[in-house]
Ligand binder design. Structure first.
Ligand SMILES: [Zn+2]
Length: 483
């Protein structure tokens, strides 16, 4: 206690330059003379007589000086730090001195000595150069320190209005200024002892008090000011940095290629290409797709269909279904046709890209013609096109590989011409945010192939070929993704 007061006074050392200090008590003001002895300022006890009604008595034989306050009796011996409070021994920080017949107690001790003698609160307020007894309304009334596991908080409460400001410009220091406030030094809480809040300093000025919270920037993460009761209570909370828990060994995320969207082309009012005998692309691709679904399901895949009946499905709906399903791959099934080269035949697989050859452009134009079946407002804006192209480009490599594997596997299952893998720019694939391919299974415009397409065994071979390609892709990419 005494040491703390001592620090407080040292803090205001410049005020020691005054030779007189004031004493305020019950609206009275008295001038108190001081002397400087060594490093310390001593306050004349005799001068308190004017307001405190003290009688002095000097014992000549024992050199004792007895001060009779109305409440208590103090007995001092010159040059001795011990004194008697009634019959109890007390010790001061510095010895009592008698100079020129006057009694002096050091400034660091005066608060305690006067408080003991009068049973009243006594404070030395440096900037006011005054000793104050029970006169000034102190605010705040209380400062409550709460030290919890995650935070340290200081709650200041006052009966009179608290006007505050916060200054946190200085690293490791938060300064809370209380305007029109005289803060009781005894309210200042000690540090929390663990070094999060190193200390709290009080700086009292004429019209304001500033509390400086000195904290460890390595231990405090965040500071919050909260008006508990606006104007009358404020809380400053220092949140402690959490000690890092030992890092958990996260199981590595495994990627699987399991969900496939099969997109049978055309449907409903869009028949697609029509063969020499009137066989429509829409009906044959649905049959191939159903076959493909069966085999993929047998192989453990989850299969989603953009259509499983003869219905018109907009391109936008197809891509939305694929994207919303969180599918891994998108396979669009079509049959080829040409009006100008009846003997053209074979199978080919496309992946999305800007079409490179005039043939690819022709196939692209044919499959994209479904746009004409859609009402104008269902078409995408040019900006969306660009965006979708960018999205799709993320999967260009995968789409290209998937197309290669499917084409290879189909070649192992089919005897018709292998036309290879091609790049084209199909609208249906533009909006698909996953590896996607478009399979042109055979030429419906070719008499022989139209016949083949009507055979379930041929359609099964196509489905088998596509499945094998997907299985190869799954094997290679799952290994790659989970490395
Ligand atoms: Zn088609």
């Amino acid at each position: 206690m005494r040491i703390r007061i001592f620090l407080f006074l040292v803090f205001f050392y410049p005020s020691f330059l005054f030779s007189d200090i004031f004493f305020f008590y019950e609206k009275k003001r008295a001038k108190i003379s001081t002397v400087t002895k060594g490093d310390w300022v001593y306050v004349s006890l005799y001068d308190f007589k004017k307001v405190l009604n003290i009688s002095f008595f000097k014992e000549k034989t024992k050199r004792r000086i007895i001060l009779n306050f109305p409440e208590h009796t103090l007995t001092f011996v010159p040059d001795n730090p011990y004194y008697l409070l009634d019959n109890k021994g007390k010790k001061m920080f510095l010895p009592f001195v008698s100079i020129g017949g006057k009694s002096f107690v050091s400034l660091p001790d005066i608060e305690t000595v006067l408080a003991n003698a009068t049973d009243k609160d006594v404070f030395y307020i440096g900037p006011l150069n005054s000793i104050v007894m029970d006169r000034i309304t102190f605010n705040p009334d209380s400062i409550i320190l709460k030290d919890e596991k995650e935070k340290v908080s200081f709650t200041l409460t006052s009966k009179t209005e608290l006007i505050t400001s916060i200054d946190d410009d200085k690293k490791g220091e938060l300064k809370l200024t209380l305007y029109n406030a005289v803060c009781k030094p005894t309210l200042i809480p000690p540090s929390d002892g663990r070094g999060e809040i190193k200390k709290v300093l009080l700086q009292q000025e004429q019209d304001k008090a500033a509390l400086s919270f000195i904290y460890d920037i390595n231990k405090i993460e965040k500071i919050e000011r909260e008006l508990v009761s606006p104007g009358f209570s404020i809380r400053i909370t220092f949140y402690k940095k959490k000690e890092k828990p030992p890092e958990e060994v996260k199981p590595k995320k495994q990627y699987f290629i399991n969900k496939i969207v099969i997109d049978p082309g055309h449907g409903g009012r869009d028949p697609g290409a029509v063969g020499p005998t009137g066989l429509t692309e829409k009906e044959i691709v649905l049959k191939i797709s159903m076959e493909l679904k069966k085999i993929l399901t047998k192989n453990g895949f989850t299969v989603l269909m953009t259509r499983d009946e003869d219905s018109f499905v907009r391109l936008r709906q197809r891509s939305r279904l694929a994207n919303n399903s969180g599918a891994d791959l998108f396979v669009s099934i079509h049959c080829n046709a040409t009006g100008w080269r009846k003997q053209a035949g074979g199978f080919e697989t496309f992946f999305l890209s800007t079409a490179k050859t005039s043939w690819a452009r022709a196939v692209e134009a044919k499959e994209n013609s479904v746009i004409e079946f859609e009402t104008p407002d269902e078409k995408e804006s040019p900006i969306e096109y660009i965006f979708y192209d960018l999205m799709q480009n993320l999967h260009l490599r995968e789409s290209s590989d998937l197309a290669d594997f499917i084409q290879e596997s189909m070649a192992e299952n089919l005897t018709i011409e292998d036309r290879g893998v091609k790049q084209a720019n199909f609208h249906v694939m533009r909006e698909i945010y996953m590896p996607s391919v478009l399979v042109e299974a055979a030429f419906i415009s070719n008499k022989e192939e139209e016949k083949l397409l009507q055979k379930q065994s041929f359609r099964k071979k196509i489905a088998r070929g596509i499945t094998d390609g997907i299985l190869k892709f799954k094997k290679i990419y799952e290994k790659k993704l989970n490395q």
